[in-house]
Design a protein around this ligand. Structure first.
Ligand SMILES: CC(C)(COP(=O)(O)OP(=O)(O)OC[C@H]1O[C@@H](n2cnc3c(N)ncnc32)[C@H](O)[C@@H]1OP(=O)(O)O)[C@@H](O)C(=O)NCCC(=O)NCCS
Length: 167
């Protein structure tokens, strides 16, 4: 499928592909307790480690893109898409506490999934750890349905695969 654009707008936010100066967003997310709990973010990133994660993201642009989600007040979280070398990319997300409870994640996931389905993806997935009710609610609101439940091959954790197909 095609490489996503550097910027995608939603009704209330703009999603901008990470640039090196975005390392503080990465660090702030790593310091929100439920972000490392439910995602692959390490807890409490140092500045060098946050800069390194952002640099790795930028270097993987052909395979995955991560966006800072911004409102007029500033950054509120992150949404990303991986698996761009195949036809079934994965979308993932995390919000800072100040960005929650307003549909920001749902709008970001819809925008990114719509973009992917319009540009070569056959299907888009979201993967959730069993028990992550807030994330499951985002997937459901964004039009995804569970298609598989299994153990993650990386760490054996129970996961659900959510899917949205091209209309
Ligand atoms: C998962 C996560 C992003 C969900 O955040 P969220 O704020 O609940 O999700 P949304 O931005 O879609 O907002 C939904 C909430 O806004 C409300 N809302 C208000 N206006 C809305 C709108 N226009 N559209 C959708 N929801 C709206 C919803 O009712 C919901 O509130 P509720 O939970 O009280 O019912 C957040 O909990 C998080 O970052 N968790 C840690 C990281 C994580 O788990 N990531 C996912 C890994 S799979």
């Amino acid at each position: 499928m095609q490489t996503p654009p550097d910027e995608i707008a939603t009704a209330g936010e703009v999603m901008q592909a990470y640039v090196p100066a975005d390392w503080p967003v990465e660090q702030a997310l790593s310091r929100v307790a439920d972000v490392p709990r439910w995602t692959f973010y390490p807890p409490d990133l140092s500045e060098p480690a946050a800069r390194e994660r952002v640099a790795r993201t930028i270097a993987r642009a052909g395979l995955a893109v991560r966006y800072v989600i911004r409102t007029a007040q500033g950054p509120v979280g992150m949404v990303g898409i991986s698996g761009l070398d195949g036809s079934t990319p994965d979308v993932f997300y995390a919000l800072l506490p100040g960005g929650r409870g307003r549909g920001v994640a749902t709008r970001a996931v819809v925008a990114l999934a719509d973009w992917a389905l319009d540009h070569g993806a056959e299907e888009v997935h979201v993967t959730t750890l069993v028990g992550n009710d807030a994330s499951e609610a985002v997937a459901r609101r964004a039009g995804f349905a569970v298609t598989e439940e299994r153990l993650d091959e990386r760490d054996g954790a129970p996961i659900r695969i959510w899917s949205r197909l091209r209309a």
